[in-house]
Design a protein around this ligand. Structure first.
Ligand SMILES: O=C[C@H](O)[C@H](O)[C@H](O)COP(=O)(O)O
Length: 236
């Protein structure tokens, strides 16, 4: 079975949680794309839902699949967000943003009563950090922001190379919000919740890819089948 088949299986399990009348957050990435497509099939069959996309790419996919869209101006809370992740740890803390959609993804997840993260088993890790941590920054004053990020890393006993993410054309990758992304290769993040707080306090940092306390359920598809993991009630 291919990795893509596993992603689709995880997405299919999450679609089973969708009920008529729900307001949904629609994630971004290759796994979330399966969810949007499968949701679209149910919409064609008569399901009534409305979704808020977390990127322009997902907006285009949802439109193509016939999923009606709205905004967080038009609706108050969302019932459920379903999104992928780059890494998932046993506390259901996540690294997200490999596709650059972390800012809108976090806004949408935080406006949702529940977040289900869908992934193939390769995303499951004991400790976050092997995947480079995306940090969305404002281009203005980048040198000062980088130094502040380095100081935050030192306070949190992590370190590693920081690279400005490049687009295919070799220029800086620009997010849907018009910002840049620094990918920080930290290897291991011993206390991701603490690092998240430190990064939140840096003026030039718009958002970062640590999603703490947002995902409630993980649906992980592997060759042995599907595993559903609920967030432990308290952090270990
Ligand atoms: O910015 C992108 C998102 O956070 C994605 O959800 C994440 O990168 C996982 O993507 P994929 O399902 O393609 O591995």
């Amino acid at each position: 079975m291919s990795m893509d088949d596993l992603k689709r299986q995880a997405a299919a399990r999450a679609v089973e949680q969708v009920r008529d009348g729900m307001k949904l957050g629609l994630g971004t990435g290759s796994t979330a794309k399966h969810f949007v497509e499968l949701l679209g099939e149910r919409v064609q069959a008569g399901l009534k839902v409305i979704g808020v996309p977390t990127s322009e790419a997902t907006r285009a996919d949802a439109e193509r699949c016939g999923v009606p869209l709205t905004t967080l101006e038009e609706v108050d809370r969302l019932d459920l967000t379903v999104d992928g992740a780059d890494e998932i740890d046993p506390n259901l803390e996540l690294i997200k943003g490999g596709g650059g959609a972390l800012l809108r993804e976090k806004i949408v997840a935080a406006a949702s009563d529940r977040m289900i993260v869908i992934a193939d088993e390769s995303k499951w890790v004991k400790t976050l950090g092997r995947f480079p941590l995306p940090i969305e920054v404002v281009p203005f004053g980048l040198g000062a922001t980088r130094r502040a990020i380095e100081a935050a890393f030192a306070e949190n006993n992590v370190s590693g190379q920081m690279d400005i993410r490049k687009a295919k054309d070799g220029h800086a990758f620009v997010t849907d919000g018009g910002h840049w992304i620094i990918d920080a290769r930290l290897g291991q993040i011993p206390d991701s919740a603490r690092l998240a707080v430190s990064l939140n306090s840096i003026p030039g940092v718009v958002e970062h890819g640590l999603f703490i306390g947002l995902a409630r359920t993980a649906v992980l598809a592997g060759p042995e089948g599907i595993r559903v993991v609920e967030r432990p009630s308290r952090r270990n």
